[in-house]
Design a protein around this ligand. Structure first.
Ligand SMILES: Cc1ncc(C[n+]2csc(CCOP(=O)(O)OP(=O)(O)O)c2C)c(N)n1
Length: 574
């Protein structure tokens, strides 16, 4: 703890104390309002863990069972709270185990600070025990990274790390701290960082141009993404769509920004999105993209994507503008501000005929796909009916955390949401193993909300060890494994595009209920439709963590589907 009496600094009027680098790290976290971190200890970070022990009444450390779990838990926490998630690991293998989660946070713009221990400064570059160049390794997948080699750097670098992680387009930051910097002492005084680089001022001319195009559009369509949620612009967004009456579709990370049942919500775009919004992307005259980045899973073949439309792009990151899709007008800036500014410039409308075109496609999709997913008459249980029962039990109030694969697409297509920041999934990276640890972080972030993880039998086994974290922390997450005994999404592609050659996609699984019980987590397996609703209700009624396995049909497929490289117009219903 403190080794010298505190003295007032003339420059900042903040207290200057002389403390170890390790303690400076903890104090910096406290200054940033952090009271919960996820991590895993080891030699090169032991001085920081020793300080954590002393500060445990102010800063909770959750010991995950793998460093990847720590990053996903920090991501889950960040996604539901809008705050920065923090993960910590030792050098070498501890640090490299963080990389998947960091890459996931980078592509999904999740604010996260990772702290890694590093060998002493005098050993850097000597292939010392557990030395790895985590700065080099993480450079392409971090928003910023930095190696601290002296204790005196800690407060300023930590302040910068948190500012960069949460400002503008959020993202992950990694701070690597050599062991000597943790042990040696230095003066400490903390000043929060308030700017690193400035974001462009809103250009009123661009807003006027955009409003003019929107006002004269006959068939305008909005596609919104996670930017609306990250920018906390839900109210501004809702006001804009309600005034203009424009049909609005979402990307997988954007859903929950407005309630699912909102009449202007026309569904999901992209590979397994809804029929109408995908088809009509190629018939709208104006496409207004808000806080989304035209991912290839959204656009399909760019050569045939919305070529007839004038594209308006509301975006905070200039690097995203004209990257994949050429825009007519780009409105740069924070959507909370740009959407508020444009609201008085747009005229009220309802676009009734145009909405009816969406409804006609909805009917086709309902009759050919949705009815069979949600109300199947065949014997095998579908993933869709499990989601329907979860909706019935949650009434749309739960946070849904999904893993990667068929169940993810079904979860995002059918889950109902009443409030923002409720859909947590690995979008851009598609990281199997994400959901179980992310659900832990989500539940800790919003303890008063129900958090339900929807996971495939493949992805579950990638981070199944985090059941240990659930048991130790007693975090009451609900875990639903949709078991089709296949790596289902890959199997679907093999069925459709590789003549049903099921190469290495069949899974022979263990008894998952017994494994959960081994971690003292109650659970059951459902194999019959008659037992499903009751089992889901029992799970939701439980005050503790609960494991529900549902044996779903083995070769169920997710439709609609835009085959890779095909046009959004060529979306298939079977
Ligand atoms: C770490 C990782 N490895 C491989 C993949 C490729 N992949 C995408 S979906 C999928 C199958 C997922 O199977 P499962 O978890 O059982 O879910 P299902 O599709 O059956 O719902 C695979 C292997 C991936 N996304 N992530």
């Amino acid at each position: 703890m403190q080794t010298e009496t505190a003295v007032a600094s003339k420059a900042t009027n903040k207290k200057v104390v002389h403390i170890s680098g390790a303690e400076a790290v903890i104090k910096s976290l406290l200054e940033e309002g952090i009271d919960l971190i996820y991590g895993y200890p080891g030699g090169a970070i032991m001085p920081i863990y020793d300080e954590l022990y002393k500060y445990q009444d102010q800063l909770q450390h959750v010991l995950t069972r793998h460093e990847q779990g720590a990053t996903h838990a920090a991501q889950g926490f960040a996604r539901v709270t809008g705050k920065v998630g923090v993960a910590m690991a030792t050098s070498g293998p501890g640090a490299t185990n963080l990389v998947t989660g960091i890459a996931d946070a980078q592509i999904d713009s999740t604010p996260m600070v990772c702290i890694t221990g590093q060998v002493g400064k005098h050993l850097l570059g000597s292939d010392a025990f557990q030395e790895t160049d985590i700065i080099g390794i993480s450079t392409p997948v971090t928003k910023w990274n930095y190696q601290i080699t002296s204790a005196s750097e800690i407060p300023e670098v930590m302040a910068k790390a948190f500012y960069i992680a949460r400002s503008g387009r959020p993202g992950p930051v990694l701070i690597d701290i050599t062991k000597n910097a943790q042990i040696e002492s230095a003066d400490f005084s903390y000043k929060k960082c308030t700017s690193v680089r400035s974001y462009s001022k809103i250009e009123i001319e661009k807003l006027k141009e955009a409003a003019e195009i929107i006002n004269s559009a006959k068939k305008p369509m909005i596609v919104w993404g996670q930017g609306v949620i990250l920018g906390e612009a839900e109210a501004e967004f809702k006001a804009l769509i309600e005034k203009t009456g424009i049909p609005s579709a979402w990307t997988i990370l954007g859903v929950s920004a407005i309630p699912t049942e909102h009449p202007l919500n026309v569904g999901m775009v992209g590979m397994h999105g809804n029929y109408g919004p995908n088809k009509l992307t190629n018939q709208c005259d104006v496409l207004i993209a808000i806080g989304m980045r035209f991912d290839d899973r959204v656009t399909g073949n760019l050569e045939t994507y919305a070529k007839q439309a004038k594209v308006i792009h509301f975006e905070i990151d200039p690097a995203e503008v004209d990257k994949n899709v050429k825009t007519e007008v780009a409105v740069l800036g924070d959507v909370k501000e740009t959407l508020a500014e444009i609201l008085p410039m747009v005229v009220s409308s309802s676009h009734t005929d145009w909405h009816n075109e969406f409804k006609a496609f909805d009917k086709i999709e309902y009759d050919t796909v949705i009815k069979n997913d949600l109300y199947p008459v065949k014997e095998g249980l579908t993933m869709g009916e499990v989601l329907k029962e979860i909706n019935n039990a949650s009434k749309g109030d739960a946070v849904i955390v999904s893993d990667v694969g068929q169940h993810q697409m079904i979860a995002c297509r059918y889950a109902k949401f009443n409030q923002s920041k409720s859909n947590v999934t690995s979008g851009g990276l598609g990281t199997m193993g994400f959901a179980l640890p992310a659900a832990i972080g989500a539940k800790m972030g919003v303890p008063n909300r129900e958090v339900v993880a929807i996971i495939g039998d493949g992805g579950y086994q990638m981070t199944i060890q985090e059941l240990g974290t659930i048991f130790q922390t007693k975090v009451p997450v609900k875990i639903v494994v949709l078991n089709n005994e296949f790596l289902g999404m890959v199997r679907q592609w093999q069925q459709m595009f590789f003549d049903k050659r099921y190469a290495s996609t069949e899974l022979i699984n263990p008894d998952f209920v017994t494994i959960a019980k081994g971690y003292y987590i109650e659970g059951q397996k459902v194999t019959k439709r008659a037992d499903l609703a009751g089992a889901v209700q029992e799970m939701m009624a439980s005050k503790d963590a609960y494991f529900l396995e549902v044996a779903v049909e083995k070769e169920g497929n997710v439709f609609p589907m835009i085959p890779t490289g095909a046009s959004v117009s060529d979306i298939r219903l079977s």
